[in-house]
Design a binder for this molecule. Structure first.
Ligand SMILES: Nc1ncnc2c1ncn2[C@@H]1O[C@H](COP(=O)(O)OP(=O)(O)OP(=O)(O)O)[C@@H](O)[C@H]1O
Length: 445
């Protein structure tokens, strides 16, 4: 059998050899085929040589938009002189933000804060010079292939790629540090407010932290809370030794406008932390998304769950649009994903509407009531606005304001309106001191 195949092979070789020796057409065909193969090889040679050289001689840094470094690098890239060559740009607009980088002030909001926008590269490539090295920066944006709609996922996926010579590799840490300094680092001493974006958090605002002393609460509330938080931050090892989950929850309740949100922001500033604000009534918030958000809090951030009464009455969803389940909320608060060291503040105007499971110790370790203004708080506000006033004058006015009648926001607004007119504060004091808020209207008419 094997002899048969050997013969067959020998015959085939002989046939090809004799054809090539005698047939000029076959000879020509062979030469053309060989030349074509050579031409193809030669044509792709430069590209392959280039790719080989690039892979051997360069370093590539690719940063995805899901990484916290992405906005720093995007701002840094847009601010480079060569970044001007990137033709496909987007904007990222913030309120009250004093970012570094190439920010453009577009106006002022109604609080008098700057509204700034920043150019973000979306596509294209440019050659840059950084610390005497050349580097190729590329920005790319691709549409995500999301089965069944985008839901909570951004429809686009962005990347920034930096390619630089191997010899410039040591410049990378410096470059990243510079990008950080330009943006997030420029916030030293400032408070960052993060809000949900898809499954993660985005920086919504950066502003000077409010001093705790600017808030006036009744009795020892502020100093107690401050001491509790300080002790918590200093007790990580103790919690570990005791086997108690290292997290702390506070429930702030009381009528609107008495400094619940302001307190969280000021405490965060005092402890060099930031705030992640989440309203449970955020459209589209379901169990999975809440879980991802709570397990992916930015570093050093207090979690502020605002108006927790807005979604559930007891354990029941308040309306058909609520996608979150009560158990989903509890699980996200203390399930496996619950972050170590997380401090959660929950606020509500309606304590009675809350299910006790939501605010039991472990989820809300301390419950603090922030009521309407007391005499002492009104006096505290007067001292802040008019530091030169004598105590008897302050006492005479503050004692005329009925306890618990006005929110602190109302008292603040009253004083703000008259901040340039000391005489008007006393002249119009009846607005705060009379029980029936409409009486002064009757007097005017
Ligand atoms: N205790 C306080 N001391 C000083 N200012 C206060 C105090 N409480 C409220 N304010 C002022 O009132 C305004 C509203 O306060 P804030 O938004 O913190 O109240 P809130 O209780 O969170 O209200 P809401 O329940 O409506 O969200 C802020 O501008 C703040 O400066």
């Amino acid at each position: 059998m094997s002899d048969f195949f050997t013969d067959l092979w020998t015959q085939a070789v002989q046939t090809v050899q004799s054809t090539l020796q005698t047939n000029e057409l076959a000879q020509g065909g062979l030469v053309i085929a060989a030349l074509s193969a050579l031409a193809v090889w030669a044509r792709t040679l430069p590209l392959r040589t280039w790719n080989y050289a690039v892979s051997r001689l360069s370093v590539t840094l690719e940063v995805q938009d899901s990484d916290p470094a992405f906005p720093w690098l995007a701002a840094w890239l847009a601010a480079q002189p060569g970044g001007q060559n990137l033709r496909q740009l987007g904007v990222s607009t913030r309120y009250g933000d004093r970012l570094g980088g190439q920010t453009i002030k577009v106006g002022t909001d109604h609080d008098g804060d700057d509204v700034t926008t920043q150019l973000i590269p979306l596509g294209g490539q440019t050659l840059l010079r950084y610390r005497s090295h050349w580097l190729l920066a590329q920005a790319g944006r691709m549409e995500r292939k999301a089965a069944g709609g985008y839901g909570n996922v951004s429809p686009f996926h962005q990347t920034i790629t930096l390619r630089l010579p191997v010899t410039a590799r040591s410049a990378l840490p410096e470059l990243l540090a510079e990008a950080f300094e330009l943006t997030a680092g420029a916030s030293t001493g400032q408070l960052e407010i993060h809000v949900p974006q898809y499954d993660g958090w985005k920086l919504a605002e950066r502003r000077p932290a409010r001093p705790l002393a600017s808030l006036v609460y009744d009795g020892e509330l502020l100093s107690d809370l401050q001491a509790d938080l300080t002790q918590f931050f200093a007790s990580r090892d103790w919690y570990t030794d005791m086997g108690i989950p290292y997290r702390r929850g506070y429930l702030l309740h009381g009528p609107p406008g008495n400094g619940k949100s302001s307190l969280v922001a000021a405490l965060a500033g005092a402890h060099g932390m930031n705030v992640c604000v989440l309203n449970l009534a955020t459209p589209g918030l379901d169990d999975d998304r809440l879980n991802s958000l709570l397990s992916d809090l930015p570093r050093r951030a207090l979690l502020l769950l605002e108006d927790i009464d807005a979604v559930f009455l007891g354990r029941e969803a308040r309306n058909a649009n609520v996608k979150l389940s009560f158990n989903g909320l509890l699980n996200a608060l203390d399930g496996v994903a619950a972050g170590e060291g997380r401090v959660t503040f929950m606020t509500t105007n309606d304590l009675a509407g809350l299910d006790s499971a939501l605010i039991r110790p472990g989820r809300a370790d301390r419950q603090l009531r922030l009521s309407n203004a007391t005499h002492a708080q009104v006096a505290g506000m007067l001292r802040r606005f008019w530091p030169n006033w004598e105590e008897p004058r302050i006492a005479r006015l503050s004692e005329r304001v009925p306890d618990g009648q006005h929110s602190m926001a109302r008292v603040q607004e009253y004083l703000l309106q008259r901040r340039d007119d000391e005489a008007a504060v006393e002249r119009d004091w009846y607005e705060l001191s009379e029980l029936c808020p409409t009486r002064h209207l009757l007097r005017v008419s």
